[in-house]
Design a protein around this ligand. Sequence first.
Ligand SMILES: Cc1cc2nc3c(=O)[nH]c(=O)nc-3n(C[C@H](O)[C@H](O)[C@H](O)COP(=O)(O)OP(=O)(O)OC[C@H]3O[C@@H](n4cnc5c(N)ncnc54)[C@H](O)[C@@H]3O)c2cc1C
Length: 301
Amino acid sequence: MSMGWQEKISDLGCGELLAGASLAARTTLRVGGDAQALLLLEQADGLGAVLGICQAAGVPWRFLGAGSNVLVTDGILPGLTIATGRLRQVTVTGSVLQAAAGATLIGAISAGHKAGLVGMEWAGGIPATVGGAVVMNAGANGGSIADHLIEALVVSPNEPGRWLAAKDLAYGYRHSSLQDGRDGVLAARFWLERGDLTAAQGRLAEVLAHRRRTQPQGKNAGSMFKNPPEASAGQLIEAAGGKGHQIGGVRISDLHANFFLNLGAGTAQDVLALIEWAKRQVAKTSGQELELEVRVWRADD
Ligand SMILES: Cc1cc2nc3c(=O)[nH]c(=O)nc-3n(C[C@H](O)[C@H](O)[C@H](O)COP(=O)(O)OP(=O)(O)OC[C@H]3O[C@@H](n4cnc5c(N)ncnc54)[C@H](O)[C@@H]3O)c2cc1C
């Protein structure tokens, strides 16, 4: 009998392959089912071959960073989920900071500070990996990843990976062309400035304090919806009477109506029902159509 795709991937030796691993445990909303197969990627070199095996076998795949922008539904998520969290190296050369996909944003900011480089303090408190932030064009406080990214190392099936310039990634508000395809980001290079470190650390502390005042703690995925042009999704949901609305174990935050909180026993069904409820209420009260920012991964139930 010929080898199955999981065995072939395992034989590549580029990471730990787990069967039936919980994705609820690996996403900040803490809901949803298990990955049919989860690869904890350790060797960046092998990724092109991994994707090639999946492609040849007709198996779907996707990438998981810190899981802070993903809603996984209940059941088994088919195919391969590739977690980048073990690829964390950050290096600084001159004014360029290079970070592996699984490095945390705050880790990258701190590594920059250690080398005397500043500029990305606006991102303080975004619980992302570098890969997830590059794909989502994470942004806050007037800054966004696209403003700093020089290039990203992008891998397709059976390819070693190529550096793509930021201008070729179709960046927009919470958008990049990397969201459309099946390609993986292995690393990114950012342009930072040599600046006043004390001022930068003060700014970072301010940004973090502002978040603590304006956003809830706990199990959530940050902003559930994108802001429509010239409007705030949170304000629209609040105006529609959404604050504090609860379905099952999931509640719209009283502090910020674009944050949906899993109170503990919440399920993916509860989150989906609350999403539909919020969309309906906002459409009714303001005529605006809300678009999800969070990525939904549909498992087979
Ligand atoms: C408390 C909280 C606050 C937040 N605040 C903000 C904020 O201020 N601004 C903001 O923009 N976002 C915010 N977010 C949302 C989230 O942190 C961002 O979208 C972030 O960029 C997601 O990064 P991640 O590593 O968690 O990616 P994940 O959630 O793991 O993945 C997100 C998407 O990127 C893809 N992806 C991840 N890594 C890779 C990779 N290496 N290669 C290819 N595709 C990949 C995934 O497949 C998925 O489609 C917040 C979330 C939380 C929980």
